[in-house]
Design a protein around this ligand. Sequence first.
Ligand SMILES: Cc1cc2nc3c(=O)[nH]c(=O)nc-3n(C[C@H](O)[C@H](O)[C@H](O)COP(=O)(O)OP(=O)(O)OC[C@H]3O[C@@H](n4cnc5c(N)ncnc54)[C@H](O)[C@@H]3O)c2cc1C
Length: 359
Amino acid sequence: MKAVVAGAGIGGVTAALALTRAGWDVEVLERAPELGEVGAGLSIAPNALRALDTLGIGEKVREAATPSQAAYNLRVPSGAFLRRFDPAHDTPLSCFHRADLHRLLVAELPPGIVRTGCAVRSVTPDGEVVHEHGRLRADLVVGADGIHSAVREALWPGVTPRFRYTVWRGVTEPAFTEAGTFTFGRGAYFLVHPVGGGRVYWALAGRERRPGVRYDDDLAEVRRRVRGWPVQQFLDATPKVLHNDVTDLPPLPAYVRGRVALLGDAAHAMTPDLGQGACQAIEDAVTLAAVGLEGYDQARLARTHGIARMARQKGALALTTSRLGYAVNRLGMRAPAAVIRKQTEKLWAWTPPTGPAAG
Ligand SMILES: Cc1cc2nc3c(=O)[nH]c(=O)nc-3n(C[C@H](O)[C@H](O)[C@H](O)COP(=O)(O)OP(=O)(O)OC[C@H]3O[C@@H](n4cnc5c(N)ncnc54)[C@H](O)[C@@H]3O)c2cc1C
């Protein structure tokens, strides 16, 4: 049985790995001329690590990760902490430079199954894939081609990403011993994760009136927005800054049509406020390989819709500019530890289905 995966991001590579392990003959078509992950850093939560365990690579990923306490080290721009990581009770996130995690996953694939420089143009529900060099037929087509998915556009046309806010990201030179923090201002927050080798990944989320606003000097704009915050050392050590609009997708009523399934950002791009976009792509991938097309919507729709909604709400509150909203936000961070842990643990308590669906 043949599976074609469109897109070799974290979701597509994990899907290819899971399907290969389940006995499928897999071909991955990637638009970019070379394999690799652009972007800065990434945190992986316990739910996704558990998914990777089913592929036999959870331990390898844990070993390569750098633990970050950022989810619990919450402070305000004066530097005062509202909450601190408690090693007796809190679970650190597993952090990576994106390229490192992607490379690790790609190294697990059988050689030669990824075709780069091959954009998928269209698919049909019965499994015909049209790509830039021709066409092929598959028993299963996986649309893992990101938020602007060509696969989705072919079978779920007219779904438009919604602009939420703007984000700058960077990775520093290797100069830091850093545990990880979140600094919350009014209308902006600054995240810091260690990503190994003394490097730090940072992200500044902020408000913008409309999508597409760009600045001549991104670092200068970041400095302007976080003037006086205790994060200057990271900016000083950052050679290159990325700037992106943050968008998400409206909930789709189904992720399966005929022989075609969507996963990751193609299916449910969400704002990064719960650090779950890639984690959900990884959950999708192992679930699809385990339950097949028949069980996939049942297994994934409610969970991913719920997490995307929570992420959007959390982001809206975190970036509020109103005095009252900011006060509520800070109050939430001072909530009893048990309450905060309960929310996180609910999100992280996912267990993978047992399978696999025969390939
Ligand atoms: C600022 C920010 C911070 C984030 N932080 C986190 C975090 O800490 N933890 C977390 O879990 N998630 C995080 N996310 C979300 C995460 O980055 C995404 O959810 C995840 O990368 C999605 O993976 P994907 O494989 O579905 O899609 P993508 O990473 O978008 O990969 C899609 C792939 O498909 C290829 N492609 C596109 N079109 C075609 C085509 N027509 N044919 C063939 N190939 C094609 C692309 O080149 C790409 O390789 C963050 C997102 C942002 C914006």
